[in-house]
Write a protein that binds this ligand. Structure first.
Ligand SMILES: [Zn+2]
Length: 226
């Protein structure tokens, strides 16, 4: 059974995923294997509202960011959890069988010119037919592709404990709060913010503080207090 700690770590990882930039995908993918379906990292989304198709992870990251902003409303949570049940992996395995390699599917030019997997190419048509057959005829065979990914549990937890989904007021990153009083994503941001706030206050009130310090310093020296 997963411990409360590991559940919280999943929420932290979800925040990392929500903040993730393309340049750091390899790092995240290697360090959190299986957090989301692996196929998300390389496969372009089948459907897109624009003609430029994002990769699957980017599509769902967008939804996640909207959910974070809106404090995990139920409709977004259902959409996010449902996203992991789409049989990308089944389709990937079938495409591998048909000798269609992932880079071809993830190719930007290819992605730009296609809205769905093109059915004019006989190899793709076959793959789609196979995928459809698998979906309709063999629920038992498909079961091996059904998995509960850690990201799903994190989304569910945030649906019930949405106060944990925060934005750091200093760096702007999304982060998971362990206690309700947590305001910053890290000690570093807390310290930096305090330092800057201190500097700003000093710039504003420094003059009067300095003069009041002069007045009071004589008193303190006499008393010899710290
Ligand atoms: Zn921060």
């Amino acid at each position: 059974m997963r411990t409360t700690d590991s559940k919280f770590r999943d929420i932290q990882t979800l925040a990392e995923f929500a903040n993730l930039e393309s340049a750091n995908v390899d790092y995240f993918r290697n360090n959190k294997p299986g957090f989301v379906p692996d196929i998300w990292w390389t496969m372009p989304a089948f459907f897109s509202e624009t003609d430029k198709r994002p990769l699957v992870w980017q599509l769902h990251q967008q939804t996640l960011q909207e959910a974070w902003q809106a404090r995990f409303p139920l409709d977004k949570c259902v959409k996010l959890i449902g996203a992991g049940t789409f049989p990308y992996k089944a389709i990937q395995d079938l495409t591998a069988k048909q000798n269609i390699v992932a880079p071809e599917l993830a190719n930007a030019e290819f992605a730009k010119t296609t809205v769905v997997i093109p059915s004019t190419d006989p190899r793709y048509a076959e793959v789609l037919a196979l995928a459809t057959t698998t979906l309709e005829m063999d629920p038992a065979g498909l079961a091996k592709y059904e998995a509960v990914y850690p990201y799903m549990q994190a989304v569910m937890l945030l649906a019930t404990e949405s106060w944990r989904a925060r934005f750091c007021p200093f760096c702007g990153n999304r982060f998971a709060a362990d206690i309700p009083a947590r305001r910053f994503c890290s000690d570093k941001c807390f310290q930096e913010s305090r330092r800057r706030y201190g500097n700003a206050m000093w710039a504003k009130h420094g003059k009067e503080w300095r003069s009041s310090k002069k007045k009071s310093s004589t008193k303190r020296t006499k008393k010899g207090s710290k």
